[in-house]
Design a protein around this ligand. Structure first.
Ligand code: PLP
Length: 393
């Protein structure tokens, strides 16, 4: 099918809930993609931070094939090796005790919220279930995670939302203390707010929040759905902030492109959810877990260094353009945001796409870049050359 045939079927038969880009992607290799009309693109999106190993990664594809030919699904009523092996690699590397596997970021956050509320209920009883989240955060699209998201425009239409969320300004202990109360059981946050505009939190603030959580026995819940699994140049971003969460979630990049997500708890919380308290039919699917094990093969100190160096190289390259459209570059590792001025972030994204570079937007005015972690310097240079053409000084 060509693009117009695909688009016509989509518009006729698919709920139109997305502002789609006007191209259909056909295939890719590394960090380069081709659309159905044969046009080539450098990819600075990895499918919203998912395709961490790029496209058509041989080891990844082989692991998926081999596992599909053994057993593709069997449910959590049975043990499988890819699942147990993945947990045994992920938890120690993250300094956590044990993992639960589901299928997406929102679902992972739902599980994390359940841990916080049950931990508090069993220890302190009813009336201590409120969770403080941050303004400008994003935690997902379910009824509960929409309410956990600290942006008012997500709190429309779908009433009644889950109760028990309060919001504090990021990087302000005063605001956090103003939201505090006897009814609080946890603080939940992203360390680099992704959808909100690629805003890294201050390290001092994050450490102060962790300290306050420890003093009040609030659980520290860290949403690493976007920042996790190498994206910021460490397995999890909290490892660069000098804090350890009680519960952490992950999803996007974990399986390199298959649907997979989950959370890990520390020792204190490992027995909060017991048999019958939580579950998922597809969670920990052996094919997705086999793919995630290939992603884990890459999670080495040398790889993290590469991600940090390539991130610095890309950020410096954008700054060097001295583009009148850009008002500042920020981020960690290969999670990069650039403020857009003089036009909207979507207009800039569209212009870059027309010249062969795929980018994302975030917040009100941010161009967001989440390239595959395996992107080469040559591909970065080609992306920067397109940026120079479209938005150079
Ligand atoms: C993408 C994202 C989510 C939601 O993940 P889904 O897989 O779309 O449910 C939650 N939290 C953060 C920080 C995210 O970036």
């Amino acid at each position: 099918m060509n693009f117009s045939e695909i688009k016509s079927l989509d518009e006729s038969y698919v709920l139109q809930t997305y502002g789609r880009n006007p191209i259909a992607i056909d295939h890719g290799r590394g960090a380069t993609l081709w659309d159905t009309e044969g046009r080539e693109y450098i990819d600075f999106t990895s499918g919203i931070g998912v395709c961490s190993l790029g496209y058509a990664n041989e080891a990844w594809a082989k692991a998926i094939h081999d596992q599909a030919m053994k057993v593709g699904h069997i449910s959590n009523l049975f043990y499988t090796e890819p699942y147990a092996r993945l947990a045994s690699r992920l938890a120690p590397a993250a300094g956590m005790a044990a993992a639960f596997f589901g299928n997406s970021g929102a679902e992972a956050n739902e599980g994390m919220i359940k841990v916080a509320r049950k931990y508090s209920y069993e220890k302190y009883g009813e009336g201590r279930a409120a969770i403080i989240t941050l303004r400008n955060s994003f935690h997902g699209r379910t009824i509960t995670t929409l309410k956990a998201t600290g942006q008012d425009h997500f709190h429309e239409f779908f009433f009644p939302f889950t109760e028990g969320f309060r919001y504090a300004e990021a990087n302000s202990m005063d605001s956090l203390l103003a939201a505090a109360g006897d009814d609080v059981c946890a603080v939940m946050m992203e360390l680099v707010q992704g959808e909100g505009g690629v805003n890294p939190l201050n390290q001092d603030y994050v450490q102060s929040v962790a300290k306050l959580c420890a003093e009040r026995d609030w659980l520290l819940l860290i949403d690493e759905v976007q920042t996790g699994v190498g994206r910021t140049g460490s397995l999890f971003a909290y490892q660069q902030f000098g804090v350890q969460p009680d519960v952490v979630t992950f999803a996007k990049g974990i399986a390199g492109g298959l649907p997979f997500g989950g959370f890990m708890t520390n020792e204190k919380c490992r027995n909060v959810l017991r048999s019958g308290d939580h579950g998922s039919t597809f969670g920990g699917n052996p094919i997705a877990a086999a793919a995630a094990n290939v992603v884990m093969d890459s999670m080495t100190p040398a790889f993290f260094r590469e991600v940090q160096e390539k991130g610095e190289y890309l950020r410096a390259g954008i700054a060097k353009l001295e583009s009148p459209c850009i008002s500042g570059v920020r981020g960690m590792g290969l999670m990069i945001g650039a403020g857009v001025q003089g036009m909207t972030h979507r207009e800039l994204k569209d212009k870059l796409m027309a010249e062969g570079l795929l980018c994302l937007t975030a917040g009100a005015d941010t161009l967001r870049l989440l390239p595959p972690l395996v992107i080469t310097r040559e591909e970065i240079d080609r992306g920067l050359a397109i940026m120079a053409r479209v938005m150079g000084a």
